[in-house]
Design a protein around this ligand. Structure first.
Ligand SMILES: [Zn+2]
Length: 567
């Protein structure tokens, strides 16, 4: 089974009637089972049933995104959209039985405590009385997504969407950058009243859902939805404080260097993403050449990654190149019954193509490494932990970047490391903003924009909005879709980045021990909570004073050692 090519993976739509009957029968038997052995066997059967459903869902998802014009998988995709909530409801019932089970201690001994943590938090985020509210929440989210997806921006007589406009926003011609960026913000300004109204409804709705579930406000519920079991809002605030103290000054310095590099006196909002006068570093070859070199890289990095990447290639578990009909973006998913990760992307000739083969491959390597645990809940850890695998792999593969970037290797590394630093202040700003929003559900749209502006001044003090009315009034946050779609999911990237920086530092000091820590982390999959995984990998918790400080000196030294004036 394990060594099958993706092309031969069998897809069959789950028959919901028999799936539900089977599921209910297992639940009933599980409840009445009188011995641990019986319970354990039913537990396994239930897990196998859920993994099979997930297998079909993921095969469908991959085939649908590879060719969105394929009518068959479009239909199948709709089937899962319609039926996934019912499966979630069944899983919640399973969680309820698990938590009150007579042999809970024995089950915990076998599967670990994390399953029970997940079960408990999942149950705390749902009650049948909020079903209509959840539907409403989804509708509001879809409205926001639709506004952005249907954007038609007329620029220099041509029609653009938000993604097609973005290359012009980093044009070498400053006037083009300014006009393209201004056109984008004019779009957001035009829709501001609608977007603010959608968000206002979302905030009030989420606050009410939290109240119905006996929370004080949405913050704790937001954390529970993300299965954050071992940290709270105060700890996250302490992390943001460290970013403000240690990262913001370096980011400000990096923007100063950028000004020099691109030859301007004042860095305006439309200059921020234009980082190099000669453009961003690009891989020097075709997609096939890139994959070939990635194979060499992973073989040399370690036995584990060599075998893994060969498995991915041999079994056609990657669809990398942009083609007609493919969905946008990139992702890594997992197909449990075939124990196979899958990587999807749209190569476009930028350094992002290499990121796919380091970042997404990092995700894939984790799920491949932990594939034998075999429990649905443990396929992946929570998001902040997931991104440690991917962001750290980006650094572990640094010694092979010459293969892809040749004479531009140092420029790539500088862009990568400094880009990661520049992201952190923005990442925590988005997080602080969301805490303000849900602590103050009655705040007006005006209050929210003012709050953003104040936060921007703390974390992004370099920012020059250049008299742009929408930005000067605090509207920037309205472009950040996570705020609307997945509240509180954003700090995860910042937390993981600090952990990945620790691996960057350790790898330079002692590769063998850093790599051993990383492998241990990947093998654990989702069987532990975030801080337990951090501990397992011998990393410092990002919430603890001194953590951010502990990596920043080495990073600054590295960045200062590079002569960026030639980039
Ligand atoms: Zn990722």
């Amino acid at each position: 089974m394990q060594f099958m090519k993706f092309d031969n993976f069998q897809y069959q739509r789950p028959v919901m009637k028999s799936f539900e009957e089977q599921y209910n029968a297992y639940l009933k038997d599980f409840e009445s089972a009188t011995t641990f052995e019986e319970k354990d066997e039913l537990f396994d059967k239930n897990n196998a049933l859920r993994q099979k459903y997930s297998t079909m869902y993921n095969i469908c998802h991959v085939r649908h995104t590879i060719n969105t014009k394929d009518k068959f998988f479009e239909e199948e995709n709709n089937f899962f959209d319609d039926n996934n909530p019912a499966v979630e409801a069944l899983t919640n019932r399973f969680y309820g039985l698990l938590l009150s089970s007579r042999f809970r201690i024995d089950l915990e001994k076998k599967w670990g405590n994390q399953l029970f943590v997940i079960a408990e938090l999942s149950l705390k985020t749902f009650k049948p009385t909020i079903l209509e509210d959840l539907k409403e929440e989804n509708k509001l989210t879809s409205k926001y997504i639709k506004i952005k997806a249907s954007a038609e921006i007329i620029f220099n007589g041509e029609k653009y969407t938000l993604p097609t406009l973005s290359p012009l926003e980093i044009s070498k011609n400053r006037q083009t950058r300014k006009e393209a960026s201004t056109a984008k913000w004019a779009f957001y300004s035009k829709h501001a009243k609608t977007v603010e109204a959608i968000f206002d409804k979302q905030v009030k709705l989420r606050h009410n859902i939290a109240k119905k579930l006996a929370y004080d406000n949405f913050i704790q519920l937001g954390y529970a939805r993300m299965i954050r079991s071992d940290y709270n809002a105060e700890m996250v605030a302490n992390f943001r404080k460290q970013v403000k103290e240690f990262i913001v000054p370096i980011a400000t310095e990096l923007y100063k260097k950028q000004k020099k590099r691109i030859g301007i006196d004042n860095l305006k909002f439309y200059d921020e993403d234009f980082r190099f006068a000669s453009g961003n570093p690009k891989p020097k070859g075709t997609p096939d050449w890139i994959v070939e070199n990635a194979g060499k890289m992973y073989k040399e990095l370690s036995n584990e990654t060599g075998t893994f990447f060969e498995f991915m290639r041999h079994n056609n578990l990657m669809d990398l190149v942009n083609k007609e009909g493919k969905a946008t973006g990139g992702y890594c998913t997992y197909i449990p019954d075939y124990k196979s990760p899958y990587i999807f992307s749209n190569f476009n000739g930028t350094s992002g193509d290499i990121d796919v083969l380091t970042h997404e491959a990092g995700h894939a390597f984790q799920v491949y490494s932990s594939r034998d645990i075999g429990l649905s809940e443990y396929n992946w850890p929570t998001y902040e932990a997931c991104e440690i695998h991917s962001m750290s792999m980006e650094f572990f593969t640094w010694p092979w970047m010459e293969l892809f970037f040749k004479e531009d290797t140092n420029k790539y590394k500088f862009a990568h490391l400094s880009g990661a630093i520049l992201f952190l202040p923005y990442g925590v700003a988005v997080d602080e903003f969301q805490h303000f929003v849900y602590e103050n559900p009655e705040a007006s749209a005006e209050d929210r924009n003012q709050a953003w502006l104040a936060i921007e001044k703390i974390y992004l003090p370099h920012r020059d909005n250049d008299g742009n009315e929408f930005l000067e009034n605090g509207g920037f946050w309205q472009r950040q879709s996570h705020i609307f779609t997945t509240p509180f999911y954003y700090i995860d990237y910042a937390l993981a980045q600090i952990c990945a920086f620790q691996f960057w530092k350790k790898d330079r000091q002692n590769h063998a021990s850093a790599w051993a820590d990383y492998i241990r982390l990947c093998k654990a999959g989702g069987s532990k909570s975030f801080l337990e995984l951090v501990d397992l990998a011998n990393l410092k918790s990002p919430f603890e004073d001194g953590c951010v400080e502990s990596i920043i000196g080495d990073i600054k030294t590295w960045l200062d050692s590079v002569d960026d004036s030639s980039f």
